[in-house]
Design a protein around this ligand. Structure first.
Ligand code: SF4
Ligand code: FE2
Length: 623
């Protein structure tokens, strides 16, 4: 299993993966290094039995007559619609869980968050359960609207100048689920062949994805699970303690196991752990749901110590031998963990069949039976612990990661930290002590020199230029394990940003948590813009998803473009086969929404471009 080509920005992790006696996704990169040129450019179509058709200079059209522009935009819209479907599934389940929690008189841990939502939505009920029910029902009603009926909450969630821009472009979304169906229908065989219409549909899906799938999922979770609180926490493989029964969590739907999470600290359940020789239960954070739990970690210290790593760290987490079960409810649950779980006798449990693994036990999350189901899961995990401990060798990495990652940053906790207003941050931007703000978001992948390599290098380049970085998604997992979210990382920042960070005791990279928290970044950006009195595209604010991975990231990207923001990507999203699509996304978008895509795989030149845009925006504001 030698893996001399395995590469990660996280060098101790890289060394660990290279030493493993098992195959991981890192090992398979080499075997997949020859990419399909047609797929890469987005010019392969296999929508009908006349295909697959591949566009070449000699054969510039598919058999049906579809041009490269049509094939590329169709493939792109399909991907965005699929990505939107993923996020809308998450917010739908989250809203259903809030509704059921309200009806059952369950745990409402974030009453302030609930009141803020009620204020935003115009709900005047007095009782907290009536409030929560009303909030959940308003969200669900919008998600289930037909495509021809506009979603009502967009008017309350969207920044007014943006809403006006979207109305002008005709991209205000109808019901989110119905918009996904419409998007998929548009790109089936011999239907839509207008690339611009399809790209505008992508923006529309981006808006419903962003405002509901991203923003609202966080806010609904805040109500059920408690609000983020800023604190320092440990991260990395070092958080794994073999004295506990350890459950690795992967996915994006935190509220699907919140009951179980609370149950794990019940004396009756901890006694069960003690009876088999364990100190108790621990959830080990992995992927975005681990980030979500880390964000709210102040409320769950008894059952959660820290986040271990992102999607392509999950195999390493399992390889420590100290994980007794994997609890998954969504992506990014890699198929490649299945043989590793088999090899190390790790129990796999799926709570949602959208993320069903072939050798996992499917225990669907059903609100009504959550108590008995949680006990069934706990018993299954204990049985796994008994069966495997002593049989499977431990390969712990106690030194991996760090103990002082700043977490718990949200649109609310950050503003509180600044004294209850955005003014201090605006003043720093105006004075130039902070040149601008960059959201480094999205996933991690294994291209561009390896796991998190471009993400970490670009982030270093940005902070060096006195640009503060806000992060959300699996990118955060890499940045924190590499130490960029520890207060000492201030020394890597430019002199002005460094001085601010040292004064405040914060790192130059602030972790908002899961990819869902891109929605929190949107709230921060909007509140800053509103306070200054400008629209989002005027802000010295840029986005980058340097190592975007999935279709979901493309839906996020469409949201960023709809917001009118410059969006850097390390790799083009399979569109380069169409001049028209490239031109619309990289140039024409500026006159539509104000946004633009910038593709650059090099950290230093990408940072130069993003800095250049920030300087232009500053100049336009007279700064
Ligand atoms: Fe070829 Fe057109 Fe069929 Fe696609 S839809 S496979 S381009 S004939
Ligand atoms: Fe995610």
């Amino acid at each position: 299993f030698g893996c001399s080509t395995c590469k990660s920005a996280d060098k101790p992790l890289e060394a660990f993966i290279r030493s493993l006696p098992l195959e991981t996704s890192h090992h398979r990169v080499e075997g997949q290094s020859v990419k399909c040129g047609f797929g890469l450019q987005g010019v392969c179509c296999r929508l009908c039995s006349n295909g697959p058709c591949r566009v070449t200079p000699k054969a510039p059209k598919g058999i049906c007559g579809a041009t490269a522009d049509v094939i590329v935009s169709r493939n792109f819209l399909r991907a965005v619609a699929a990505g939107s479907g993923c996020y809308i599934h998450i917010v739908e389940n989250t809203a259903l869980n809030l509704k059921n929690t309200a009806l059952a008189g369950g745990a409402i841990k974030g009453e302030k968050a609930l009141d803020r939502l009620c204020g935003l939505f115009g709900i005047t009920a007095a009782d907290k359960y009536d409030k929560a029910l009303a909030v959940a029902e308003m969200v669900l009603a919008d998600l289930y609207k037909p495509e021809y009926e506009k979603m009502a909450l967009v008017n309350k969630l969207a920044y007014a100048p943006r809403r006006a821009n979207w109305e002008k472009l005709g991209i205000l979304p109808g019901g989110a689920n119905a918009e996904i169906v419409k998007g998929v229908v548009k790109c089936s065989t011999n239907l839509n062949s207008d690339p611009v219409d399809m790209l505008l549909t992508c923006l529309k899906l981006g808006i419903s994805t962003g405002l509901y799938g991203l923003t609202l999922t966080n806010l609904l979770n805040d109500v059920m699970l408690g609000e983020p609180e800023i604190r320092l926490a440990p991260v990395g493989l070092g958080v794994i303690d073999p004295d506990y029964i350890n459950i690795m969590i992967t996915g994006h739907q935190h509220s699907c196991f919140s009951y179980l999470q609370d149950r794990l600290t019940d004396p009756e359940v901890t006694a069960k752990a003690a009876a088999v020789g364990a100190k108790g239960f621990r959830l080990v954070g992995c992927t975005c749901v681990g980030q979500d739990l880390q964000l709210r970690g102040a409320h769950y210290e008894e059952v959660f110590v820290g986040h271990a790593g992102n999607n392509y760290t999950s195999e390493a987490v399992l390889a420590t031998g100290a994980i007794d079960a994997v609890l998954s409810e969504f992506n990014c649950t890699l198929p490649g963990i299945e043989p590793i779980c088999d090899m190390l006798n790790i129990k796999q449990i799926c709570l949602d069949d959208v993320a069903k693994k072939s050798n996992a036990e499917y225990m669907p999350f059903v609100f009504e039976s959550r108590a008995s189901d949680s006990d069934r899961i706990i018993d299954a995990v204990i049985a796994s612990y008994i069966a495997r401990r002593g049989e499977v060798a431990l390969n712990l990495q106690p030194e991996h990661g760090n103990s002082d990652t700043l977490t718990g940053v949200s649109e609310v906790s950050l503003k509180d930290f600044l004294g209850g207003s955005w003014k201090p941050l605006i003043d720093l931007i105006v004075s130039g002590d902070i040149k601008g703000v960059a959201g480094v978001v999205g996933c991690s992948n294994l291209t561009f020199g390896g796991h998190d390599v471009l993400t970490v290098e670009l982030t270093k380049e940005l902070i060096k230029r006195d640009i503060i970085v806000l992060s959300a998604g699996c990118s955060s997992g890499g940045l924190e394990n590499c130490g960029l979210m520890s207060p000492e990382a201030a020394e890597l920042a430019g002199p002005k940003l460094r001085a601010i960070c040292e004064k405040l005791g914060i790192p130059p990279v602030l972790n908002f948590g899961p990819c869902l928290a891109i929605g929190r970044l949107e709230i921060v950006a909007t509140e800053l813009a509103a306070e200054i009195g400008i629209d989002l595209p005027q802000m010295p604010l840029v986005l980058s998803a340097p190592q975007w991975l999935e279709e979901q990231a493309l839906a996020d990207g469409a949201f960023g473009l709809a917001l009118g923001l410059p969006l850097h990507l390390g790799e083009a999203p399979f569109i380069t086969g169409s001049k028209l699509v490239v031109d619309v996304l990289t140039e024409k978008m500026k006159s539509l929404t104000g946004g633009q895509v910038i593709v650059d795989p090099d950290a230093s030149s990408a940072a130069d471009k993003l800095e250049g845009i920030i300087l232009e925006k500053r100049a336009a504001l007279g700064l």
